[in-house]
Structures are given as C-alpha cells and as structure tokens.
Design a protein around this ligand. Structure first.
Ligand SMILES: C[S@@+](CC[C@H](N)C(=O)[O-])C[C@H]1O[C@@H](n2cnc3c(N)ncnc32)[C@H](O)[C@@H]1O
Length: 337
C-alpha cells in the first residue's frame, strides 16, 4: 500500500505547525532559551504556562527542528528556533505572530473568499484593505515589524541588482516602517529618501529612522497613494504593494507613481512573479500560498510576469528588466514610456 492516506492526513492537519510556532513566538521561548537549555519547570515558570502542556509543546517543536531535547527534562533551541529570537538579524519572530493571529483568522475564511472572490478579513475586522491597522495600534505594531523582517531578507538582492549610486533621491511608496529604504540609505551615503505611507506607519518608521541614525537623510510623509504620490524623486520603490490590490486599484497606484515621476526616473517594483506553469516544488507552493494569502487577507493577488507587464504598460511604463532577487521575489525595473 502506498502512503497516500498518511500524506493527505498530514496535509489536513498540517496547520498545527503554524500555531505551535506562533505560540513559541508569542511566549518569547527563543529569547528565553538564547543563553542555553532550561528545564520545563524553569520555562513554564518564566512564561506562566502549565508545565505539562509546555513540555508537550516543546516536544512537538523538537519534531519540526525549532527546539532540541537535551534530556533530563531540559529543552534548548535548534537551528530554526534561533530565528524566533527577537534580536536575531534575520528574525521571523513578528512574522510568526502575524501569521498565527491575523493571517490565521483570514485563512479560516478561505471558503468565504473562494465562494465570493472577496477578502475574508472584511468579515473578521469589519474593514477592508489596511483599515484595521488604523483602529488597532497593537496589530499595526506587529504588522510593521513582521513586514520589516521579510523585507530585510530581500532588500539585499535589490541592492545587488540596481545601481543606487546613480541616483540622489528615493521614495518608498507604501514603505511601511521604512526597512527597505533604510537599508538602501545605509549602503549609499549620498542618497536622501522619503517613506510614504499611511499615518499608522508613522511612529514605527520614525522610530526606525531614529534608531538607524538616518534622520538627516530620511523622513516620513503620510498620505494616500490612491490620491497622489510625492513628486520629483529619481527612484520610486514599490515593494509588496501592488499585490495587495486587485487590478484596477493596482493600476491607479502605478498611475499615481507615473504622474509623480519625470521621464528619467525609475520605478522599482519588488513582487512575487507567479510562474506560468505550476509544479509541486516547495518554491511553487510558496508562490500559491502567497497568492491565496492575498485573496483571504485583501481580496488581491500575486501576478504572472505578463500581468505585471500589462499593468505597468497601462500606467505608462515599459519594463526595463526583470531580475529574480531570492526569497521568491523579483525586481522589475520600469521606466516611463
Ligand atoms: C504589504 S505592506 C508593504 C510594506 C513595505 N513596502 C515592505 O515591503 O516592507 C503594504 C503597505 O502599503 C501601505 N498602504 C496601504 N494603503 C495605502 C495608501 N492608500 N497609501 C499609502 N500607503 C498605503 C500599508 O500601510 C503598508 O505599509
């Protein structure tokens, strides 16, 4: 007998891992174990958890290489668990919390989204788009930290493939807490930049700008990219923004960018590009997970290279080049036509 049942059963119940990792992050287990293994009683005491339940969670986390069983009722961090430390340079701590809270609820409404084509988040938060972040400061803080974590992992690829030495000013449109722009400014001391986003991002961006000591070259501007985008920069970044919106709205954002740019400026779009033919590889599973996440969260989508090119063309751009930059993302450089 083959193992079809085992494989399907593992898929049906597979979401347990997301919650186990989320709880590890929510209880800051990785920070607690950063200096070395501890006993279950110590861990339970410090987290205020039930010792028996904590032991079972730790054992479960060992099976997915987040924790390591040291024997003697002691548990430590395995390699993946290190990435849940808040202070790790490639931390995914906030992303685990964002996934286990907001995205978990959004995915719980996949049936609604597939039936209607709409975001299920509207049902759980009562508002579409990013509106709930304005009303919920705690959610906004986790969201902006989570986006910064993902962006940190991919900004390096953009720095490698675009010559920022040739430009003086950059605007990060929908830049969130500004992680992408701050990494670029760090690497290019001649550059000045603006993070352009909604007011809920402002305290997070201004805190990060201050922490990085870049207040003399970087500022935050609050606004609405459906209305207008600040004019006159040499380069406009749009990372993980277009995929947040259905075609018509994505087209309007691109038009607002085009209206803000003179003919020599460049638009740098960083997005996942959906392959034309899907296979069963982990890379393609990541891509479709991203696509369905955009559906349940925002009623939006990931796009093929052709769709991205069509949107750009419709807004008055031509694609100069497309460059995969790792982490499943592609840098699409576009110029005004
Ligand atoms: C998925 S996040 C991407 C953040 C950042 N570019 C990154 O990749 O880390 C999308 C961003 O678009 C911003 N945004 C949404 N609607 C906006 C609007 N109408 N005007 C300006 N920014 C907006 C959100 O606040 C959020 O920070």
């Amino acid at each position: 007998m083959d193992n079809k049942h085992e494989r399907l059963l593992a898929m049906i119940g597979g979401s347990w891992v997301a919650q186990a990792v989320h709880v590890a992050a929510a209880l800051d287990l990785a920070d607690m174990l950063a200096d070395g293994p501890q006993t279950v009683d110590e861990i339970a005491g410090r987290t205020g958890a039930n010792a028996d339940a904590m032991r079972r969670l730790l054992r479960a986390l060992c099976t997915v290489e987040v924790c390591h069983d040291e024997g003697g009722d002691r548990f430590g961090l395995a390699a993946l668990g290190q990435l849940l430390r808040r202070d790790h340079p490639a931390s995914l701590h906030a992303w685990a919390i964002w996934w286990g809270t907001q995205l978990w609820r959004d995915w719980g409404g996949l049936l609604h989204s597939v039936t209607t084509g709409e975001a299920s988040r509207v049902q759980s938060t009562g508002t579409g788009g990013f509106g709930h972040l304005t009303a919920d400061e705690g959610a906004a803080a986790v969201f902006h930290r989570a986006m910064a974590e993902l962006t940190r992992l991919s900004a390096v690829g953009v720095l490698e493939h675009f010559d920022f030495a040739a430009v003086d000013s950059v605007i990060d449109v929908g830049g969130g807490s500004g992680e992408f722009l701050l990494m670029i400014l760090d690497a290019h001391p001649q550059l000045r930049g603006t993070v352009f986003d909604q007011p809920h991002a402002q305290p997070h961006a201004e805190q990060r700008i201050g922490q990085r000591g870049l207040a003399d070259r970087c500022s935050f501007l609050a606004g609405d990219f459906f209305h207008s985008v600040p004019a006159g920069a040499d380069a406009y970044l749009l990372k993980s923004v277009i995929h947040d919106w259905p075609d018509e709205k994505a087209g309007i954002i691109l038009q607002r960018c085009r209206a803000a740019m003179d003919d020599t400026a460049r638009l740098l779009l960083v997005e996942r590009v959906l392959p034309d033919q899907l296979d069963t590889s982990l890379e393609h599973r990541d891509a479709v997970r991203g696509d369905l996440t955009m559906l349940v969260a925002l009623g939006a989508r990931e796009r093929s290279a052709q769709c991205i090119g069509d949107l750009l063309q419709g807004a008055g751009f031509r694609v100069v080049r497309s460059q995969p930059i790792g982490m499943g993302l592609t840098l699409v450089e576009a110029a005004p036509v």
